[in-house]
Design a protein around this ligand. Structure first.
Ligand SMILES: [Zn+2]
Length: 271
């Protein structure tokens, strides 16, 4: 944890906003409880968001979908095959690392777009040291899926694998037709949802800024493709208004444009 973060973490605990998860058992990495004030603050933000986007706007409706969706949803979305981190293990101390972080930290080079074998080669050939024990003895790099899985016991035996959603959007897509058929909405319109999502990642311990279990407030806004640029501009402005509404100073809010090569396969623009 960065030293600049330490006083904030301590203050959040002392004042009853955020406690480390399972602390009486020695803690449980990257999990946190929101204390009495934290829970209220979080609820206030969620309530204001719902009021602003769902209740006040005529072109948005709400949805509260399940955390467990049919596994076929994750096959179709690409998460089953492509939602991976490349990880590598130290054979000496068994510690596990993200290959891209290891390469960036040790070799000061960007690992974007490298294949598993290219990353393995880089780490082996440059005799990268294990940040934990100093050994130079790593396994091959492997892909690990970031979705948490569990078992549904409907068949009695081992049951079938189901996944905890890594993002909330899919429930919106799965119920798109139900929404269109049951409430009077016409493109352009949006569906908003607040809910928990789960990602089984190796996090560098950045307090509540990067956790494995988190809550998303998400809107999927459906438009005609030709209108995407004007719609994008409007939503960007709406997000700035929202930041102002929850009390963030405009001078503290910065836009970062994603470079073309870092865009998701479905994205025309990401800020
Ligand atoms: Zn090691």
């Amino acid at each position: 944890m960065k030293d600049t973060l330490k006083p904030i973490v301590a203050l959040c605990k002392r004042r009853g906003f955020i406690y480390p998860g399972s602390e009486i058992y020695g803690g449980f990495a990257n999990t946190y409880s929101f204390g009495p004030y934290g829970a209220q603050l979080k609820k206030n933000i969620k309530d204001l968001w719902w009021k602003t986007f769902v209740e006040k706007r005529r072109d948005l409706v709400g949805l509260d979908g399940p955390i467990l969706l049919h596994p076929k949803a994750w096959k179709a979305s690409g998460h089953l095959d492509g939602f991976n981190d490349a990880l590598i293990d130290c054979k000496a101390c068994k510690a596990r690392f993200r290959c891209d972080h290891l390469i960036e930290d040790a070799l000061k080079q960007n690992a974007d777009g490298l294949t598993l074998s290219q990353m393995t080669d880089l780490i082996h050939k440059n005799k990268v040291k294990c940040p934990k024990c100093g050994a130079q003895d790593f396994t091959e790099a492997r892909h690990f899926n970031l979705m948490f899985h569990t078992h549904m016991s409907k068949t009695g035996a081992d049951g079938d694998v189901a996944y905890l959603r890594p993002e909330t959007a899919q429930a919106i897509f799965l119920d798109y037709k139900n929404v269109v058929d049951t409430v009077r909405v016409k493109v352009p319109f949006g569906i908003a949802q607040i809910g928990k999502a789960f990602r089984n990642e190796i996090t560098p311990g950045n307090f509540v800024f990067r956790v494995i279990e988190f809550e998303q407030m998400e809107i999927e806004y459906f438009i005609r493709e030709k209108d995407w640029e004007s719609s994008f501009t409007e939503w960007l402005a709406s997000m700035h208004d929202w930041c102002k509404l929850i009390g963030l100073k405009s001078s503290h809010v910065h836009e970062k444009e994603h470079p073309k090569e870092q865009l998701s396969h479905y994205s025309k623009r990401t800020v």
